[in-house]
Design a protein around this ligand. Structure first.
Ligand code: GLY
Length: 352
């Protein structure tokens, strides 16, 4: 095992390990953090068939008493019903406050198991074990947990930091290209936010050959942001680059367009809009869109700007009559711009 360790200095602080072979070693890696308690591994049916046995074997070998809860894969199952199923399962199994959950899977699993951990008995510990690129570069770190409501994505949730994150990069080898591309969108986003050389690496098509390095760089950046602004009062809102329109696209599509693809399209829209409205310091849109397309991602949407603006209004990023957008000034540097909600259709129209 050859892993990079990144500290996230929130309260409590935790470590993110990124490297190959972590899954089959997860028991010993978590022994000190969770001190041999009972653990419930939460996974969807696709991930459980691939990785649950290996995780269970390692956890049992390290002395953990292991239970598992498997739910059907897909964003449509990230809802109160599945959350309720996890909570009832924990109660039936008589899990106590000294026990823990392990979220084994992608963003849906991590967000939902994390939320279950945040509210079960008013809070138990949980560990994130991301198996997708999207979860590895973004959603497994930072403690945002949630389920979707009919009115929109992630509308019920809690901030609850994990006790540890184990990111086994070997799991990326089983990802279908479309699912890998979903994570590429968040990596490109991070490059646009803070690191032109990371963006160049994505641009050069090196994301999959240098995945561990990309993940570690994205996590290190995100860790710093989360340490400074855990509850998204300010700087953390930058991480929503491309997400205001992205979430609107997901909603308009009835959640048939996956998150990363929608974020990519949202990033294309906000890049073009920012340039058209004179908010950028230099041209950015063509380069961002070429990079997204080169990673198998869309760069725009056919949904009408008015429908997107309407959908965006139910998003969490709205505050009263204003919405705060992350805007690229140049590749590697973005700023926050707060605009009246009435301006949204005009801004989106400038970008579609
Ligand atoms: N995915 C954005 C954040 O964690 O703040």
């Amino acid at each position: 095992m050859n892993a990079v360790s990144i500290s996230v200095n929130t309260r409590p602080a935790y470590r993110v390990l990124v490297g190959g072979g972590l899954l089959s070693d997860c028991g010993s890696l978590l022994r000190d953090t969770l001190n041999g308690c009972r653990v419930a591994v939460v996974a969807d049916d696709v991930v459980s068939s691939l990785y649950l046995d290996a995780a269970r074997r390692s956890l049992e070998k390290a002395g953990f008493d292991v239970r598992s809860y498997v739910f059907p894969a897909g964003e449509e199952h990230k809802n109160l019903r599945t959350l309720g199923g996890i909570l009832e399962f924990l109660a039936q199994e008589r899990f106590t406050r000294s026990d823990a959950l392990i979220a084994l899977g992608g963003g849906v699993t991590g967000d939902m198991a994390g939320f279950a951990a945040a509210v079960y008995l008013r809070g138990v510990r949980y560990v994130q074990m991301p198996t997708t690129l999207l979860a590895a570069v973004d959603s497994s770190v930072g403690g945002k947990t949630a389920v979707d409501l009919r009115a929109g994505k992630n509308l019920a949730g809690a901030f609850a930091q994990p006790a540890a994150v184990l990111c086994d990069t070997d799991c990326l080898s089983t990802l279908p290209p479309d699912v890998f591309a979903d994570g590429a969108a968040e990596a490109v986003k991070t490059g646009v936010l803070c690191d032109e050389s990371l963006f160049s690496l994505c641009e050069a098509g090196e994301l999959s050959s240098r995945a561990a390095e990309v993940i570690a760089r994205c996590v290190a950046y995100k860790a710093g942001v989360v340490e400074r602004d855990e509850r998204e009062q300010g700087e953390r809102r930058l991480l929503n680059l491309g997400h205001t329109v992205g979430h609107a696209i997901e909603k308009c599509s009835g959640y048939t367009i996956p998150h990363g693809h929608a974020v990519a399209a949202g990033l294309g829209v906000i890049a073009r809009a920012s340039e058209a409205l004179g908010w950028t310091a230099e041209p950015v849109a063509a380069r961002i869109c070429r990079c997204l397309a080169g990673n198998g991602l869309p760069t725009g949407t056919d949904f009408p700007p008015e429908a997107l603006a309407e959908a965006a209004l139910s998003d969490k990023k709205r505050s009263g009559e204003h919405v705060t957008l992350a805007v690229p000034e140049r590749i590697g540097h973005c700023v926050l711009k707060t605009v009246p909600v009435g301006e949204l259709p005009r801004i989106i129209r400038a970008g579609v």
